[in-house]
Design a protein. Structure first.
Length: 575
């Protein structure tokens, strides 16, 4: 006999309605498009860069603006503005005009910062030249951008910049003058006395915030570098909203060990500081873990920047425990995918409770998403945050261009004030990157969850397709980071005649560890799908990377094909 329900009808109906409501909400969530707009009650800044610096100096003139530890240099905001004006007038005296391209080829020095703001004061377009460039790359940048005035260091590490310039100068007809910092800096400042301050101010008054002010060459994995052309409006506002997100004030002291030639240094670093009256603190010409940690301690820095490999270098350093990080509050980890386990250690072991992750690209000034300092911890360690103010983000199916539902992988596209003017003198490349609706196509694969948090799952070209299964290297890397012997790991796809591609892991072990590939593979079994477990393992002390710390996976693939004898598999044609 069927037993009668003892649940009252009203409660049974309510339960049914709750289940129905949950099902409807689930369907609605599935159909919510991966699109967000960073609505904000804070307006965009409508002014050129140097005008903004003047306003900051008017408020905080006696506060330290720039500290460069390795040069024993210090300047207040009032002194910084005066020195930038002096160099701007010096450039004018040397014949540099508004719109001329001025190149800077130097590691992190105080002169770099002054040139950055001096060119913005008199309207010259600053062209950042990678300190790692050699003669062919230097020649290309000089000619492609039309640099007429080059400011360079005499040398950096083993590279003799003056000698390299001497090799290519005859093939660069547009280069009118080169000034070596060590020899000609004081003379440039003296020349500034030949131009009246009023002349600079008249020129400055003609500048518009939509004028191009900066060209940055993107490294790329194939072909020649492309010069992303950025305006005052692009980078001033991006720096401002980065500083707002980090809650910067005139009390903050920001340690910037990342290179100035890259957006990480000159926008996330310098412009985030100068829009808020914070102090730029530069520990060394190039990243050094000990000098960075020493500077944080000595200068009582409240914020620290770095790409993941820099934070790993600090955390894993034998002297890590010698330093006091108690002054730190916040910072940014960016530049390449940020491992969850590393982020957790930075927030706890390194005592940076409000550490954030930022995501972007040179072509978008660069930041388009960022965690906030008060986001839930799990969100701050496992996502790149949410859309920045005044920015739009959508995630699309790369094959159709249609916006995908939430929690579905696709290509991340961004739009708004952040998008560059275009690639300098390269209309075709610009059309390929920016569609007619002004969406910047990043080439990054991402997902957007129901709350708008973004997770980067790989590059479109990095996705591994093994026997029809899509494998996102980032997912496998995150899992392998939880192995107790692994300090760092990068996952790539290598050619396979049987499966099309196989998974390979390059592993950097913790000091004193000696795990082998088959041991780690055995540890993986039962924890992740078998097709995601790396078939090939390579143990290394470091990874091939750019000077900014971006891993060059294409070089890793080239090495793997050679070492594993996979040239035949690599030569198999596919549709």
């Amino acid at each position: 006999m069927r037993e009668l329900s003892t649940v009252p009808d009203g409660e049974r109906i309510a339960s049914t309605l709750r289940r129905t409501d949950d099902n409807v909400k689930g369907v609605l969530r599935m159909n919510v498009p991966s699109y967000v707009h960073g609505a904000s009650d804070r307006p965009l800044l409508g002014e050129p860069i140097f005008q903004n610096l003047r306003r900051t100096a008017a408020r905080f003139g006696d506060r330290e603006a720039l500290v460069v530890a390795h040069q024993r240099y210090r300047a207040t905001y009032g002194e910084l503005v005066a020195q930038c004006e002096e160099v701007a007038r010096g450039l004018m005296a040397r014949g540099v005009k508004k719109g001329d391209r001025v190149g800077i080829w130097s590691p992190n020095r105080y002169e770099w910062v002054i040139v950055q703001y001096a060119t913005s004061a008199m309207g010259a377009i600053l062209v950042n030249i990678n300190p790692a460039y050699r003669t062919s790359e230097l020649e290309y940048a000089l000619n492609q951008s039309g640099i007429s005035f080059l400011i360079l260091a005499a040398r950096f590490r083993q590279a003799d910049y003056v000698a390299m310039l001497g090799e290519v100068k005859g093939r660069c007809p547009g280069l009118r003058e080169a000034l070596v910092i060590e020899d000609g800096w004081d003379a440039l400042k003296r020349d500034g006395t030949k131009v009246e301050p009023g002349e600079l101010h008249e020129l400055e008054a003609t500048l518009q915030f939509d004028d191009p002010i900066n060209i940055q060459y993107t490294s790329g994995t194939t072909g020649f570098p492309k010069g992303a052309t950025l305006t005052h409006h692009n980078i001033l506002n991006n720096g401002y909203f980065i500083g707002e997100t980090l809650r910067y004030t005139e009390q903050d002291r920001v340690c910037i060990p990342v290179p100035f030639y890259h957006c990480f240094g000159m926008v996330l670093g310098n412009l985030a500081c100068t829009t808020h009256g914070s102090t730029m603190v530069i520990p060394a010409e190039a990243f050094d873990p000990v000098l960075t940690m020493e500077t944080v301690q000595q200068e009582r820095c409240t914020s620290l920047y770095g790409v993941p490999t820099m934070f790993i270098g600090e955390l894993e350093h034998a002297r890590f425990k010698d330093f006091n990080f108690s002054s730190l509050r916040t910072g940014i980890m960016a530049g390449s995918p940020c491992p969850v386990e590393v982020m957790k250690k930075v927030q706890t072991v390194m005592h940076i409770p409000e550490m954030t992750i930022a995501y972007g690209m040179t072509e978008t000034s660069p930041v388009s998403t960022q965690c906030t300092t008060d986001d839930p911890l799990e969100r701050r360690v496992s996502t790149v945050g949410r859309v920045h103010p005044h920015v739009e983000i959508k995630i699309i199916d790369p094959s159709t261009g249609a916006v995908v539902p939430r929690d579905t992988p696709g290509e991340l596209c961004s739009r708004g004030y952040i998008v560059m003017r275009g690639y300098w003198n390269n209309d075709e490349a610009t059309r390929q990157a920016i569609d007619p609706a002004r969406w910047m196509h990043t080439g990054d694969l991402a997902t957007m969850d129901g709350d708008g948090y973004i997770n980067i799952v790989g590059r479109i070209k990095d996705m591994i397709i093994r026997g029809g299964e899509n494998i996102y290297p980032r997912e496998v890397e995150e899992f392998l980071y939880s192995h107790p012997d692994i300090a760092d790991v990068q996952v790539i796809g290598v050619p396979s005649e049987k499966y099309g591609e196989e998974v390979m892991a390059w592993v950097k072990l913790r000091e004193g560890s000696s795990a082998a590939g088959d041991e780690i593979a055995a540890w993986c079994k039962g924890k992740i799908a078998s097709y995601k477990i790396p078939r090939h393992w390579k143990f290394v002390d470091s990874f091939p990377m750019t000077i900014t710390g971006k891993i060059q996976k294409f070089k890793m693939r080239e090495t793997a094909v050679e070492e594993l004898g996979l040239k035949k598999a690599a030569g198999v044609r596919t549709a």
